[in-house]
Design a protein around this ligand. Structure first.
Ligand code: CTP
Length: 873
């Protein structure tokens, strides 16, 4: 027989876990030790015929062979069941509280950091397709809702939300859940709450408001959690510690709604346990005031504000108080802002103006008025050190959505709603990644060793060591990391250093004797190694700076140090391109993946990092398509929506055309460019190049023939003349455009001169030559030669792809293989000897000799001489 036990003072997660575990261990009895919380007691009294749980008095431990412990891992909390452990039974534990050194010694320990223990058990229930009755589902739902504050606590995970949806599908009743959760406090609890409020002190710990209550009671009060919740609401605090003395014991109960305070970590010093957001402990025979002192000291040491206003604010953009409304509108729109602080002549912040009140003024025809009369004057302000959570609160309560950051009476920055949202979005992911380790931090050193040439590895290590000497952290990032993970060859490294990249790249280039190009405008530099690695390969390193943090610990990589790198990565295009790998010696190869890049590679998803990505850089629309088609991935639907919105807003119209041209070229350089073009067509993007670009069966077939022609050319024994395959595809894309439109595209997108000449020569000549080649008469080889010799190989291969008849195709092939390679042996000296004098007539004669040789009329030098002699006459 099995026994399932939970902790004393059981809440709904404990009860729910008992019920859920019973589904997994059907031959078991359930034990509820000590006395449960009043709400659970009340619930059980109603359902005692359905839910069979034993109290400690009723429970006979004889014959128990297996012990399952749920929602706790401490022996002191399982009542009489602890005897079984003393007898040597090793329990199976299901718990969402983190492991500690004081835990029972389990035979199996299923620990997952989820909002509720019930969610862990539900996973197995779902997997084993075990049915739940509506009442069982309701209890489990109650458990998750209570434990996660109705899915609002920061410990809530996606899996808890999934579990809720599953339980609702099993018939769980939400109305019953809310009647149990939103119960009014009892009179006894209310009286206790009043006593608690009187004994509460608010202390400021490194910028975080913490409530500490020290009180003495004669006996325990039920459902302390609900009372503490109310206390937090009333005191408007995110962190509370209650030190409650009953007889000789001091119970410490702690709750924290912010990441900066991990109450589990703090309460460990008092022998307590729990999780980051809720924990409790008990100290016997101590003076609560002394405990409070110790607590404050511990908090000062442990509460680390990871982010404050200065970390998220942007440059201090402001509007002068005398600016006219319509000018303010232009200024905001030019800077893509929704609002800004308004400054007096001497730089004092007088208020905030936003687009909403500007538009209102303009609607009322007050565009000529000054912002002074329309700005908000009752505004919230913050200091650079204001913690992020306080910024978050203030921004939601401020009507303007703008928080000026003031240092020494001056505007030092501005925080907008989107700055806060950005952090919230990143914060969620950072936590899952780095703190909770749900995606273990991967070290890619081995993979890099296996996939990159040794020389590149040596260079990366050299960069890491050079950075280390300067106490910089250095990383490789972007597509280079993506391709390491995917096992794709890529020798273009993108290096981010937390220091001056330009200065650093100078030293690096000097050391490796690489060529250096500095891009002053962007603060970046490119170093290209002078040697080849495998034949024509070269190693290119782009270097950029990431703002350096004041926590200077280059070897270790604590969360806080990532923030500058995180900023850099956050500005990138897609999650799969926003990973970095440390190249400092100490943690060489450590993958830093804030935005689920790894997971998106695994699941084949192209996803932007934030909503403004395509607004920041519309060329990413092309990139999204390119990566999607290159790797056979899928643009996720939110990203696709953002693409459509950007297109609607005509973002391409505002983009530098050269950048669009470069992206188009990159797209056409892909292995199978038609896939990307088809996707561009689906997204209605082709019209940005030209509205008449056609995408139909014919264009697809043409791309296919081009690919065949290029394959033939590359596979032929011809001495290779490098060809720009992308240009052939580009000309095919312009197939339906007339010469004027083609010329105007070339000019609009600023195609290089040489490219433009090739494109236009095809437009002018292409069809005529094809008609000539496919004419009814068999053509002498020299005539074909004359027609084709002036054309670039790109145009010739396009003609070959387009040629309908075998005869024309053969003529072009022969031109490439034979005619164009025909050389005459006769020299200028021979010609002089025969009697020619240098000049056009000698040139014309040489040409005729060549034509005769191409046509097979003559074969060797003697015959060439003979012909030369006959021509002179
Ligand atoms: N990047 C970006 N937005 C762009 C272009 C580039 O965010 N419009 C970032 C991405 O992180 C990208 C990195 O800069 O990975 C390097 O850009 P690039 O060399 O152009 O692209 P790769 O991702 O390396 O792609 P490819 O394999 O095609 O070279």
């Amino acid at each position: 027989m099995d026994l399932i036990v939970t902790h004393t003072n059981a809440d709904f997660d404990a009860l729910g876990s008992l019920i859920a575990a019973k589904k997994l261990f059907p031959h078991s009895r359930l034990l509820l030790p000590g006395s449960p919380e009043p709400a659970v007691r009340e619930f059980l009294s109603l359902f005692k015929d359905i839910i069979k749980v034993e109290s400690e008095n009723e429970c006979d431990l004889k014959g128990i062979e297996r012990l399952i412990v749920v929602d706790t891992r401490h022996m002191s909390r399982i009542g009489v069941a602890a005897k079984l452990i003393e007898e040597g039974i090793k329990p199976i534990i299901y718990d969402h509280h983190p492991r500690t050194e004081y835990d029972m010694d389990p035979s199996k320990d299923i620990y997952q950091e989820l909002g509720a223990t019930v969610t862990i058990l539900l996973d197995s229930i779902k997997r084993r397709k075990i049915k739940l009755s509506p009442i069982e589902a309701t209890i489990l739902l109650l458990a998750i809702y209570e434990e996660t504050g109705s899915l609002t606590f920061r410990t809530t995970t996606k899996r808890d939300v999934d579990a809720v949806s599953f339980l609702l599908s099993c018939g769980a009743r939400l109305n019953m859940v809310s009647s149990y959760l939103n119960r009014e406090l009892t009179e006894e609890q209310l009286a206790f709450l009043v006593r608690l409020i009187h004994s509460t002190h608010i202390v400021n710990i490194n910028g975080v408001k913490v409530a500490i209550c020290v009180c003495r009671e004669k006996s325990y009060v039920g459902e302390l959690g609900a009372v503490i919740h109310k206390l937090m609401d009333i005191e408007n605090v995110k962190v509370v510690f209650v030190l409650l003395q009953v007889n000789s014991k001091v119970n410490i109960i702690a709750r924290s709604h912010i990441q900066a305070v991990d109450v589990n970590k703090i309460l460990k010093h008092f022998g307590g346990a729990g999780h980051t957001a809720a924990a409790s402990g008990k100290v016997i025979g101590a003076d609560p005031e002394e405990l409070k002192e110790k607590l404050v000291k511990l908090l000062k040491r442990n509460v680390k504000i990871r982010l404050s206003a200065k970390d998220i604010m942007s440059g201090p953009f402001a509007i002068d108080v005398d600016t006219k409304i319509r000018d303010a509108k232009k200024l905001l729109s030019k800077n893509r802002l929704k609002g800004a602080p308004v400054l007096s002549k001497d730089g004092a912040v007088l208020g905030v103006i936003n687009t909403r009140n500007i538009n209102k003024a303009i609607r009322k025809k007050f565009g000529h008025a000054r912002v002074k009369g329309y700005m908000f004057t009752k505004i919230e302000i913050v200091k650079p050190k204001t913690p992020f959570y306080a910024v978050q609160e203030l921004i939601s309560s401020s009507g303007t959505g703008i928080l000026p950051v003031i240092a020494r009476g001056r505007l030092s920055g501005v925080i907008t709603r989107s700055d806060v949202l950005k952090v919230l979005h990143q914060g969620l992911i950072v936590d899952k990644r780095i703190k909770k380790g749900r995606h273990p931090i991967l070290n890619l050193a081995k993979k890099m060793n296996n996939s990159l040439p040794k020389k590149i590895m040596d260079l990366l290590r050299l960069i890491g060591d050079m950075a280390q000497e300067k106490h910089y952290a250095a990383f490789v990032a972007g597509g280079f990391v993506r391709d390491i993970i995917m096992g794709v060859k890529n020798y273009d490294a993108d290096v981010v250093v937390e220091g001056n990249a330009i200065e650093f790249s100078r030293e690096f280039a000097a050391k490796v004797r690489g060529s250096l190009v500095i891009h002053k405008k962007f603060g970046t530099a490119t170093v290209v190694m002078p040697w080849g690695l495998t034949g024509k390969d070269r190693f290119k390193v782009d270097m950029a700076t990431a703002r350096r943090e004041k926590y200077e610990r280059p070897a270790a990589l604590p969360d806080v140090e990532f923030s500058s790198l995180r900023d850099d990565l956050y500005r990138r295009d897609f999650t799969i391109n926003a990973m970095a790998v440390s190249i400092n010696r100490k943690n060489f190869g450590q993958l830093i993946d804030f935005f689920e890049g790894q997971r998106h590679i695994e699941s084949g998803v192209i996803s932007v990092l934030h909503e403004g990505s395509f607004i920041d850089d519309p060329t990413r629309i092309f990139r999204a398509v390119r990566f999607e088609q290159r790797y056979g991935f899928r643009i996720d639907s939110p990203t696709e929506e953002l693409i459509k919105t950007a297109i609607k807003k005509d973002m391409f119209g505002m983009t530098e055309k050269q950048r669009i041209r470069e992206e188009l070229i990159l797209m056409l350089k892909e292995e199978d460019p038609m896939r990307a073009i088809t996707r561009m067509h689906e997204l209605d993007e082709l019209r940005f190049i030209h509205p008449k670009i056609r995408h139909d069966k014919r264009s697809k077939e043409l791309f296919k023939s081009i690919s065949d022609a290029c394959h033939w050319y590359k596979g032929s024994f011809l001495k290779k003349r490098a060809i720009d395959t992308w240009l052939i595809y580009l000309m095919a894309l312009f197939e339906d455009l007339d010469t004027r439109s083609t010329r105007s595209i070339c000019e609009r997108f600023v195609f290089r001169r040489f490219d433009k000449i090739r494109i236009l020569s095809y437009k002018g000549e292409g069809d005529k030559i094809l008609r000539f080649l496919s004419g009814s008469l068999a053509l002498p080889a020299s005539k074909v030669y004359k027609k084709l010799r002036g054309l670039s190989y790109e145009v010739i291969l396009l003609l070959m792809a387009k040629a309908k008849s075998d005869r024309s195709r053969k003529a072009i092939r022969d031109f490439l293989i034979k005619y164009n390679r025909t050389k005459i042996s006769i020299t200028g000296n021979d010609m002089k000897e025969i009697g020619y004098s240098p000049g056009p007539s000698m040139g014309r004669a040489l040409e005729k000799i060549l034509f005769a040789k191409i046509d097979g009329k003559i074969e060797n030098k003697t015959e060439e001489r003979k012909l030369a002699k006959s021509l002179i006459r």
